[in-house]
Design a protein around this ligand. Structure first.
Ligand SMILES: Nc1nc2c(ncn2[C@@H]2O[C@H](COP(=O)(O)OP(=O)(O)OP(=O)(O)O)[C@@H](O)[C@H]2O)c(=O)[nH]1
Ligand SMILES: [Zn+2]
Length: 385
């Protein structure tokens, strides 16, 4: 497969201009460093802005800086998942996130906020305070923390919208609109472009080429492993494989990823018609490796794989399939036979314009450690085993 055989790239990222894409990716890096970012959103047509710092990592210096930004009499709020609030004794309705404002500023510090945010940490007692619904800006800030693969919990103080630009200039902070954050994943997927490729003979597929696709904001590359020379005018056998450091690389027995990855490569090669494994950078069903390890720790305390995600404040599955659809489009494939047991992968691809002509089951025997994981996927996530 040569670079020129790829379909011409269309700029169909009409959700978010490239500059917004770059700003969101810079803000992701800022949050991960413990830096403050400014987010603006609209509630019922009215602009609301907040200064935001991630609850992880949260230093006392960072928290004090955030408090200095707060207007006289405005207390910081910590935005946490409803499930966490529930385990801290707050019964709440269906909103996925809720904000807690401590009544007494002296009862709250960076360590205490970290304990409130993290379901793996014990908290003696919640300080006195009030709960309130989150604003659009705060819910976009949670989205940003998820994009940063941090715990989905943030500390915020309100900023008057007319002060936003001054504050940004004075303290050298990024300003983001909530729409840019919410549209980021789509726009990033639409901006994927092939950046390099090479022939890589594999143990069970000697005629393989690895092609790397990079998003415009410089985020992680997704990979297409093209085996043999699949025809473009027929349904192509493919596997969407979500990155799993533990299963793919070090042979973890907690999941079935290692056998599924190698099994897909062998099966495509054996079929003789060629095919593609798309290696998607969606570690831990899109929550990142660090959070996946947290989810494993919760599973060791009795949660199943889906509830552990939700306990941390994530959806059971945070993956998106536009990057896969975009790579297939650029490689020139429209119709696929999909190696999977997961119906959401089929509907996910189809929602981005890829025709799935057939599901090819991709089941491997359990290994003595992953029975409960596989059973949960079957019984609660609708996987077809
Ligand atoms: N959050 C979380 N992620 C997990 C856990 N176990 C495995 N994973 C991740 O789940 C993903 C598994 O992906 P896949 O095997 O591609 O997908 P699947 O949904 O099982 O569907 P098919 O294998 O196609 O049937 C990888 O990103 C793993 O890192 C877990 O307990 N928690
Ligand atoms: Zn795995």
């Amino acid at each position: 497969m040569t670079q020129s055989s790829a379909a011409p790239a269309q700029n169909n990222s009409n959700l978010t201009p490239a500059t917004d894409l770059v700003t969101v990716s810079r803000a992701v890096a800022d949050l991960r460093r413990g830096e403050i970012v400014l987010v603006q959103g609209h509630d019922n047509g009215e602009a609301h802005s907040v200064a935001v710092i991630a609850a992880e990592p949260l230093s006392q210096i960072g928290f004090d800086r955030l408090c200095d930004i707060a207007r006289e009499g405005e207390a910081p709020a910590i935005v946490i998942p409803r499930v966490r609030a529930k385990s801290l004794g707050r019964a709440c309705k269906n909103d996925p996130f809720i904000a807690f404002v401590s009544a007494d500023r002296s009862g709250i510090n960076a360590d205490r906020l970290g304990e409130i945010a993290n379901p793996l940490l014990d908290l003696d007692a919640l300080p006195k305070g009030d709960w309130r619904p989150v604003s659009m800006a705060e819910s976009a800030a949670i989205r940003l923390a998820k994009l940063a693969r941090l715990l989905p919990a943030v500390v915020t103080v309100p900023v008057a919208p007319d002060q936003l630009e001054n504050l940004a200039r004075a303290q050298n902070l990024l300003v983001l609109q909530s729409e840019s954050i919410n549209g980021y994943e789509n726009a990033s997927a639409a901006s994927l472009r092939e950046v390099s490729q090479a022939r890589v003979p594999l143990e069970n597929a000697e005629n393989a080429t690895v092609i790397a696709f990079r998003p415009e904001d410089g985020g992680q590359e997704h990979l297409a492993i093209v085996i043999d020379e699949p025809a473009k005018d027929k349904p192509v056998l493919i596997r969407l494989h979500s990155e799993c450091f533990t299963g793919d690389l070090i042979g973890s027995l907690r999941c079935d990823c290692g056998p599924q990855l190698r099994g897909a490569i062998s099966e495509i090669s054996r079929g003789g018609q060629g095919g593609i494994v798309l290696y998607l950078r969606q570690e831990g069903r899109g929550i990142g490796l660090v959070n996946k390890l947290r989810a494993y720790a919760l599973q060791d305390r009795g949660f199943d794989t889906l509830d552990a995600n939700e306990e941390l404040g994530f959806d059971a599955d945070e993956r998106v399939y536009r990057p896969a659809a975009e790579m297939l489009r650029q490689l020139g494939f429209e119709t696929v036979r999909l190696l999977t047991n997961n119906p959401e992968k089929m509907s996910g691809l189809e929602s981005w314009g890829v025709k799935v002509s057939e599901r090819v089951p991709h089941k491997f025997p359990s290994n003595g450690h992953n029975e409960f994981y596989l059973q949960t996927k079957k019984e609660r996530a609708g996987h077809l085993f």
